[in-house]
Design a protein around this ligand. Structure first.
Ligand code: GLN
Length: 497
């Protein structure tokens, strides 16, 4: 049988269902791959070998008992370390949660288990999901499997790197400003930010609650759709969860087409700061959409130019409130509790030692933006921009079915290059942030390699809220056309391993 780590999730699920391979075999193959390459990649913070094999055995037993298995049963997955996992450490990439073992499963974790998905372990991430490179992890950076000296994107760099290095066929990420889509773009993988409220936030450690959204990551559009279906849907434990049927993303992925669709190209997403090779691949994608039967028009969304600034007021403001719970009393780390200090002193010493520089910067920014006297000028103005961004989308979607843009202005940059320049780092999310502010859905999928560095470029497809299926319909048509042109999937072998 072919190397099991090279198969798609759909193929693996079929192999498990028809008995060509057992889930234990599939899981062991992936654990062996982790063993072989993860010392170099550092995609995982924690590998749950025993737990994964137990889950795999349970699936094999259900099959042996004649039970009909779900569409992803027995398939391994890498879970971002922001989702709580009962009995398995959850750190959010932070020292402040080092050693914390949650007593409960996030809804996403629970749904994965119920679907028979095998959770291999927890993946590396920027601390509290703040970053675009995974360099802000308290546990060291992750390498991009295309070139280990470069970033795998962030904050979900562990998840994207695990896919691109064939350590897992599926992964889960979270996207507050781009942390599913940007890592997908720079690793040549597929990532989807569902409509806000489409996937439960219960048990997902909060960064910026009005923006945070969990979603699927995979190497193919169909695999992402199968995973989307497993994790999405109403959850009474999340007050912002949408109580409506989930769009049929799997059917859309199986019936890719752009025939007769109107596609809008966002005029604002090009120009200064965009790498020529990224723009070239993007322009070719637009040409391809035309060839496939779409009608392409240019669309202007002028307020998108203000989105980044608004995001860096709203996200820090919400995080300054959300992170207040890390007070050394409730979870994880506690420093200086020697009987001589007050609770306030212990809290302060613990936060000093437990939070990294970027987290501290954001908490300070957020508390400042929310302070009386400044609230209207900063937080208030940012909320107004948020409304303008939503209106730009509304106007655009009155005329087109989907919007397209590059996912990120450049390909993967070298580790260290932007580490001391927060503004340069923040610009990695220029094209992804408006979607989070408005709450609608978007996908990144590979559209080729940039000429100047041979690194993957991502195409972003944006759909209206609750129309996540359109992403998959368009995405799978584009994916099929590109693969026919290239003659192979974008990642055939792993260049750096
Ligand atoms: N890079 C953005 C930030 O640092 C987005 C992060 C995310 O989506 N979690 O906030």
């Amino acid at each position: 049988m072919a190397d099991l780590t090279r198969l798609t999730a759909a193929e693996l699920a079929a192999a498990v269902a028809d008995g060509t391979a057992s889930s234990v075999e599939v899981t062991e193959a992936h654990l062996a791959r982790v063993e072989e390459v993860d010392e170099k990649v550092h995609a995982f913070l924690h590998v749950d070998r025993e737990g994964a094999l137990a889950q795999a055995r349970a699936v094999d037993e259900r099959r042996a008992a004649g039970e009909r298995l779900g569409p992803l049963a027995g398939v391994p997955l890498a879970l971002k370390d922001i989702f709580t996992t009962e009995g398995v450490p959850t750190t959010v990439g932070s020292k402040i949660l080092e050693g914390w073992v949650p007593p409960y499963d996030a809804t996403v974790t629970r749904r994965l288990k119920e679907a028979g998905v095998v959770i291999l372990g927890k993946t590396n991430m920027d601390e509290f999901a703040m970053g675009s490179s995974t360099e802000n992890s308290a546990y060291g950076p992750t390498g991009n499997p295309w070139d280990l000296t470069r970033i795998p994107g962030g904050s979900g760099g562990g998840s994207s790197a695990s896919l691109a290095s064939f350590q897992a066929p599926l992964a889960i990420g979270t996207d507050t400003g781009g942390s599913i889509r940007q890592p997908a773009a720079v690793t040549g993988t597929v990532g989807v930010k569902p409509t806000y409220g489409g996937v439960s936030r219960y048990g997902m450690v909060a960064f910026s609650s009005s923006l945070d959204q969990g979603g699927p990551c995979a190497r193919t559009v169909l695999d992402a759709a199968l995973l989307h279906e497993v994790i999405a849907g109403h959850d009474p434990l999340d007050s912002t969860s949408i109580d409506a049927p989930v769009p049929d993303v799997v059917a859309a992925a199986r019936n890719g087409s752009v025939e007769g669709m109107r596609v809008g190209v966002v005029r604002e997403f090009r120009g200064e700061g965009y790498q020529p090779g990224v723009i070239r691949r993007f322009d070719e994608s637009v040409e391809l959409l035309r060839e496939l039967g779409a009608e392409v028009v240019e669309v202007s969304c002028p307020s998108f130019d203000l989105a980044l600034a608004a995001y860096y007021l709203i996200a820090p403001s919400e995080c300054s409130s959300n992170l207040a719970r890390f007070d050394a009393m409730r979870y994880g780390l506690r420093i200086g509790d020697d009987g001589t200090r007050s609770a306030e002193e212990v809290t302060s010493l613990t936060r000093e030692a437990g939070f990294g520089a970027e987290v501290k910067r954001r908490v300070m920014l957020g508390t400042y933006a929310l302070s009386s006297g400044y609230y209207d000028a900063y937080y208030g103005s940012a909320q107004k921009v948020r409304t303008l961004v939503s209106r730009d989308f509304e106007r655009a979607f009155a005329d087109v079915d989907v919007l397209v843009s590059p996912t990120t202005p450049t390909t993967a940059f070298p580790i260290g290059e932007r580490a001391d320049d927060p503004m340069a780092m923040y610009r990695a999310d220029l094209c992804t942030i408006p979607v989070n502010l408005a709450g609608n859905a978007a996908m990144s999928l590979p559209c080729g390699l940039a000429d100047e560095d041979g690194l993957p470029v991502g195409l972003q497809i944006i759909a209206p809220a609750m129309a996540d299926d359109r992403l998959y319909r368009v995405g799978s048509a584009v994916e099929a056309a590109f693969q026919a042109r290239w003659g192979h999937p974008i990642i055939e072998e792993v260049p750096a391993l």
